[in-house]
Design a protein around this ligand. Sequence first.
Ligand code: C2E
Ligand code: MG
Ligand code: MG
Ligand code: MG
Length: 289
Amino acid sequence: ASKQKGGNCFTYFTPRMQQHAENRMRLSHDLRQAITNQEFFLEYQPVVNLQTNQVVKAEALLRWQHPVKGLIPPMEFIGIAEDNLLIAPIGEWVFKTAIAQCKSWRLSLHPQFQMAINKSPVQFAPDHRKQEDWLSEMGQHPEFNGMVVIEITERLLLDANTHVSERLAQYRQAGVQVALDDFGTGYSALSYLKKFSIDYVKIDRSFVRELGVSSQDGALCQAIIVMAHSLGMQVIAEGIENLRQLRILQEMGCDFGQGYYFSPPLRTEDFVAWYQAWQRQTVISTRHP
Ligand code: C2E
Ligand code: MG
Ligand code: MG
Ligand code: MG
């Protein structure tokens, strides 16, 4: 920044950048203790079947309750965890916690309950292999079948090699489904969709937001749905915030949806309360259409 001032003194960091870097370092340091200090927890957002109103899926979303800074959203620390190798143990914690919750909800809420878990592309690196003992375990226990959906992003498929496609195929063999998250925001080459074993496409909420306002976004959502269906995949719309968006997506034949219109991500007890209220409501509305 000081190049214009002349001389050969280069300052690479503006005060703002400096502060950003220091903040990152501090968070990186604190992140190391977060698992043992039990500072992580999960919230669960219901995923609604848009054709039947049934809810048998939820997405697990990671939260970090920092002892000093308070609640830190995942966008502010997942990147740091990816850079300093903490994503593997954190991802493992998320997985174990979400699976335990799903098993319990299969007993108390619905026998087919299914949990979607976000997975960073970094967790697909070959040396993270040993973290996945659960894969073979899942394959051996039929009761786990259909219990887990792994959410991946286009970033993973971009530099995809046979290793990634093999892994996704292994998931399918073990009864684990795969969803392509934030679809449309990345490098969405349509050829990805047939090359990999993908069960769901998740339409990014930036396209859902303008539904009924922008005809382009309407055309885009419709095209994604038609294309996904013709390739044998189902579609989940993210970020449904109002009835207008919901009605349009239902009309377009979208299979599933999630968003604040139904419910924000909730802690365990709140999720159960929401679920029970939803059950009562859908029973009433099917009895008295
Ligand atoms: P994502 O997987 O696309 O998750 C959806 C995000 O949209 C969540 O933000 C959710 O709270 C938010 N959301 C849900 N409904 C609405 C809505 O109606 N309107 C709006 N404006 N937002 C809505 P969150 O929880 O902050 O997570 C952000 C991202 O962090 C996730 O995006 C995911 O990429 C990542 N993430 C979260 N948990 C994990 C995790 O356990 N592991 C990894 N690797 N990444 C995670
Ligand atoms: Mg997701
Ligand atoms: Mg998403
Ligand atoms: Mg998104």
